[in-house]
Design a protein around this ligand. Structure first.
Ligand code: ADP
Ligand code: MG
Length: 286
């Protein structure tokens, strides 16, 4: 069997300023090419999980770590930040906090220069990352002048240029308008189709998780309450209620109908599924 790209074995972490476990005994395997959405209410541990995957924890964040996090064959706690940077890209919720150079092109080249990559290779990767993320015409602009969505795309471009196998995004669309969110998600979809990138994405956006995720992991007070297909997660009303997760709107419709004693032939989580279910329901005389 192929090794999972990411595996967490009985992982717990507590921040040094906080004696509670932010994550408590998490075990999880992520296969290469999977897209995992991480959901759960505020404080449930989503950002902590993201930070464990690229080594911010334990390398830059003080605390107590138990268990093992393995990414692409290396144990994060025993590896250098530089080793990890070539394996896992990270896009923070607030991209301003990770953009620090004067020009868009420098932001992308920075990590590559740190790896002492030959200038020709840097040029090639820079051009590809700018092209893929639609930022070619902004390459000499200061990152601060970009819109929220463009800044997210720049953070993604910087990770892509490093040719990481995994990309971790902490609530990438939380601060974006619907058009900006759609751009980011179609970009992630396109990159995955092209390169088989593995993506871990913390999100509150149920519609996005329903549309894009292979699995949804639900965190509750630092424990893994569920990790299953979007279909099974969104049709588990108790799980959703328990974790303050709003189902996709089309699933809400199915729940409303169920309260009236009516049930659709299949439980929908996406628009086309709802359309098909409603049409079949009508065809059967409803
Ligand atoms: P989420 O991203 O789901 O909102 P977090 O991972 O940020 O959750 O937080 C999980 C728990 O860890 C919360 O109880 C939070 O208060 C705590 N926590 C997060 N960051 C820190 C920190 N830097 N110092 C101390 N406690 C923290
Ligand atoms: Mg968070």
């Amino acid at each position: 069997m192929p090794q999972p790209l990411i595996s967490l074995e009985n992982v717990s972490f507590s921040y040094s300023q906080n004696k509670n476990w932010a994550l408590n005994n998490i075990s999880l395997c992520v296969e290469q090419g999977e897209l995992i959405a991480v959901m759960g209410e505020n404080g449930s541990g989503k950002s902590t999980l993201c930070k464990l995957l690229n080594g911010i924890i334990p390398h830059s964040q003080q605390g107590t770590l138990r268990g093992t996090v393995i990414v692409d064959g290396i144990v994060t706690a025993d590896s250098s930040v530089a080793e990890l940077a070539g394996r896992v890209g990270m896009v923070l919720e607030d991209p301003d906090s990770q953009l620090f150079t004067a020009r868009v092109r420098d932001e992308i080249a920075f990590g590559l220069e740190n790896l002492l990559m030959p200038p020709d290779e840097i040029k090639k990767r820079l051009a590809w990352a700018l092209e893929t993320t639609g930022l070619l015409s902004y390459m000499d602009a200061p990152p601060a002048s970009l819109s929220g969505g463009q800044k997210q795309r720049l953070a993604i471009a910087a990770a892509l240029a490093m040719a990481t196998k995994a990309l971790v995004l902490d609530e990438p669309t939380a601060q974006l308008d619907p058009a900006g969110s759609r751009d980011i998600l179609s970009l992630i979809k396109k990159i995955r189709q092209d390169s088989g990138l593995t993506v871990i994405m913390a999100t509150h956006a149920s519609e996005e998780a329903a549309q894009f995720a292979d699995r949804i992991c639900v965190l509750k007070n630092g424990t893994l309450a569920a990790c299953d297909t979007p279909q099974r997660v969104f049709s588990n009303r108790e799980l959703l209620r328990d974790n303050w997760i709003r189902p996709p709107q089309v699933s809400e419709l199915a729940y409303c109908l169920a309260e009236q004693g009516e049930s659709l032939p299949a439980f929908p989580i996406q628009h086309d599924e709802a359309k098909a279910a409603v049409l079949e329901w009508y065809a059967n005389g409803k």
